[in-house]
Design a protein around this ligand. Structure first.
Ligand code: PLP
Length: 367
């Protein structure tokens, strides 16, 4: 036998616990031999993708023997028109997580620090370790709202990037534009900001602070995705928006053909179907109200959210409830891996019948 793998593995990977996604539907089907499963665990669009995107995928299937257009010319053109920027301000990724990964890889050296919110999307911590960067996790306030003043206090000469997950996963909380403007004015110019706006299209609050208006003036990148409201999570496509100089750096390390033909074509069709986006937004907003109301009646605390998921807190432990729901074919997300206590869980806002079924089951289990 060769040398033990642990001895050969890159030093920076030793700290990493692999990312655990929400349980896949197929896994639960296999385990419990259930026919019908409702998945409210990974913040996908419960209404699915635009029909126009699905149609395009079928049409373009005959072309999959060819490599994709590595530059994603037509999708970048459409996005640039949609956002009113130049195609040179956009980079495509295999999901927005790949763009985040490229950004961290491109702009950090071992020993640097990245400031990020806590609890937040787990990938940031994993990517920091992978790049031998120290993740400085700054707790959100007690109600999970952002405290940018506190984040600023953690800046040191080693700080290279500040990550803002806005709105934040798993809490659903957001940064308002006044806080954001002050923060961006005050942080030193040699610090880069990464604003992960995966749930941007679901935001309802008027004072939401996107970093997008600042991309021309600041060393900053905004990432967005087709995985959430656009309903294309299975195709893996997202993008980053930044100054041309930043995009050029990331292009040096972007793997060739990182987004597939079908993903590019479907994203283009989905982007052009803003009716579906609007419909999905309206469904989410209505169902959010329904769930807040119903969960509240069950004595479950719900944190205000600007996304398509809700962070909930029970009076008792969540794990037994999560297990019971799974037995009845409902997958929700335990949030212990995020560092939240055992009383918390996260649910994706589903369709009315899915939400009703969830509530019906919760009523039984919480009796
Ligand atoms: C905050 C946040 N950013 C990024 C992503 C990843 O999205 P993508 O599918 O574009 O890689 C997610 C997915 O859950 C997320 O919650």
């Amino acid at each position: 036998m060769g040398k033990k793998i642990e001895k050969l593995v890159k030093e920076s990977l030793k700290n990493i616990t692999p990312y655990v996604p929400g349980k896949p539907i197929e896994e639960l089907k296999r385990e419990l031999k259930l026919k019908k499963i409702i998945k409210l665990a990974s913040n996908e669009n419960p209404l699915g993708a635009s029909k126009k995107a699905v149609k395009v995928i079928k049409e373009k299937a005959k072309e999959i023997f060819r490599y994709p257009d590595s530059s994603g010319f037509y999708l970048k053109k459409a996005l640039s028109e949609h956002l009113n920027v130049f195609p040179e301000n956009i980079i495509l990724g295999n999901g927005s997580s790949e763009v985040i990964s490229m950004f961290i890889r491109a702009f950090t050296n071992p020993g640097d620090e990245i400031i990020l919110p806590y609890p937040s999307f787990l990938i940031y911590r994993i990517l920091s370790y992978e790049n031998m960067v120290n993740p400085v996790e700054v707790p959100l306030d007690e109600d999970f709202s952002y405290n940018l003043e506190k984040m600023k206090k953690f800046i040191t000469p080693r700080t290279k990037i500040i990550i803002l997950c806005n709105p934040n996963n798993p809490t659903g909380t957001y940064i308002n534009k006044y806080q954001l403007e002050k923060f961006l004015k005050e942080i030193p110019e040699d610090i880069l900001v990464l604003s992960d706006e995966a749930y941007f299209e679901y935001v309802e609050e008027e004072d939401f602070g996107s970093c997008f208006p600042y991309i021309k003036k600041k060393n900053l990148m905004v990432t967005r995705t087709f995985s959430k409201i656009y309903g294309l999570a299975g195709l893996r496509i997202g993008y980053g928006i930044a100054r041309k100089e930043i995009i050029e750096v990331l292009e040096k390390i972007r793997p060739p053909f990182n987004t597939t033909t079908l993903a590019q074509e479907a994203a283009l069709a989905a982007l052009q179907d803003q009716e579906h986006v609007k419909f999905s937004f309206i469904n989410n907003s209505r169902e959010k109200k329904y769930l807040f109301n119903q969960l509240g009646k069950l004595g479950i605390q719900c944190y205000p959210t600007q996304t398509n998921f809700i962070l909930c807190r029970l009076k008792t432990k969540a794990t037994p409830i999560i297990k019971k729901l799974e037995k009845n074919g409902i997958i929700i997300r335990g949030v212990k891996p995020f560092g939240l206590g055992d009383k918390f869980f996260r649910i994706t806002i589903g369709k009315r019948e899915e939400n009703r079924y969830l509530i019906k089951n919760l009523k039984i289990f919480l009796k």
